[in-house]
Design a protein around this ligand. Structure first.
Ligand code: FMN
Length: 330
């Protein structure tokens, strides 16, 4: 039995100690509901819910849709209740929707809030005001300290090889340094795409894994077929790190950079001051088809349903655990 009694209630009793990370454009209600029904925490960036001018907030509608779908599942499957869901807030100062989105999330009593790109006390207070917990994503120990000082409940260590805005540090170094002073909820991300990797994250001292790119090649992900195919055919050699597209260092699929007519081996760098989340993404429209992914995609061999992916990760996790248990029993 996994002992998770030290974790906040929202993170207890999951089928697997795993949170599916929020991904710009790709994660919406369909993917989140499938992840939660499969027993892991599903999540989406609030900025993915974008209504047309003059229409009511789509975030409000999405949160109602997710809550209703999960309630229905729980009534029909009392023995296998859905995991709770999380909403990601980009707290960067250029996100002009932040206050409105916070109010909507408080109204819906969102249970888990994932914050990225800057820790802000008022966001943590908003989450706590409705009984939610905040997990803040960081790429080094200094930012980890800052996040906890500002009132986050837990940390997501984004290590080298992660999709999106990856950190440069080894997961071994990062987890060890954080665990020297922090015994609260700690998640690890960065190229995690297997059950063996998840077990390794737990052995290192993380409470849960945090996995994104593997879910791009699921049927429920909002990605064009070419993107999903590129995840299936790609591996770590196909991942290029560049700051050009958003102003911060991120990981992208090499063939998508080539398809846009750029040379992946000679990309100029960009300044962090060019980051702007005013319209949802900090990536200019011209680079819409430059696709993000982490180094773990070599483990993704097919496009599958999110539930099938979770089944695969669970089988690997249990087999790896049994192998280790047998080794230590000797
Ligand atoms: C295409 C893509 C888009 C992402 N968008 C976001 C985002 O909007 N907000 C966020 O907090 N993280 C975002 N991430 C980062 C993930 O939250 C997470 O750190 C990452 O997926 C973990 O690494 P992995 O992809 O190797 O599993 C994104 C990642 C990818 C691959």
């Amino acid at each position: 039995m996994r002992n998770d009694s030290h974790l906040p209630q929202a993170l207890q009793g999951l089928r697997l100690p795993l949170v599916a990370s929020p991904m710009f454009i790709l994660s919406g209600p369909e993917l989140v509901v499938a992840q939660c029904k499969a027993g892991i925490v599903g999540s989406f960036p609030a900025l993915n819910a974008r209504e047309a001018e003059g229409e009511p907030p789509l975030l409000d509608a999405w949160l109602t849709q997710i809550a209703e779908a999960l309630d229905k599942h729980n009534q029909e499957n009392p023995d296998q209740p859905a995991a709770p869901f999380a909403v990601n807030q980009i707290v960067h100062r250029s996100n002009s929707r932040l206050n409105r989105d916070l109010e909507i999330c408080v109204k819906h009593k969102v249970p888990i809030w994932i914050t990225s790109l800057g820790a802000r006390e008022e966001v943590n207070e908003a989450a706590h005001s409705c009984g939610g917990i905040v997990l803040h994503d960081i790429i080094n120990n200094r930012f980890a300290h800052k996040a906890i000082e500002k009132g986050a409940d837990g940390l997501i260590a984004v290590a080298a090889g992660a999709g999106g805005h990856a950190g440069p540090q080894s997961p071994f170094a990062l987890i060890r340094e954080i665990r020297e002073w922090f015994d609260g909820p700690l998640l690890l991300s960065g190229a995690l795409a297997t059950g063996e990797g998840l077990l390794a994250a737990r052995a290192m001292g993380a409470d849960l894994g945090y996995m994104g790119s593997a879910f791009i090649a699921t049927r429920e992900a909002n990605a064009v077929p070419g993107y999903k195919d590129m995840i299936v055919s790609g591996g770590a050699d196909d991942i290029v790190t560049s700051s050009l597209f958003t102003g911060v260092s991120g990981n992208y699929l090499r063939p998508s950079i080539e398809a846009a007519g750029l040379d992946p081996d000679n990309l100029p760098s960009a300044d962090a001051s060019s980051m702007n989340f005013g319209d949802g993404s900090s990536k200019p429209k011209a680079w819409k088809e430059i696709w993000g992914a982490g180094q773990g995609i070599g483990a993704v061999k097919q496009i599958a349903g999110a539930a099938e992916l979770v089944d695969r990760i669970e089988a690997e996790y249990l087999a790896a655990g049994a192998r280790m248990a047998a080794e230590f029993a000797r």
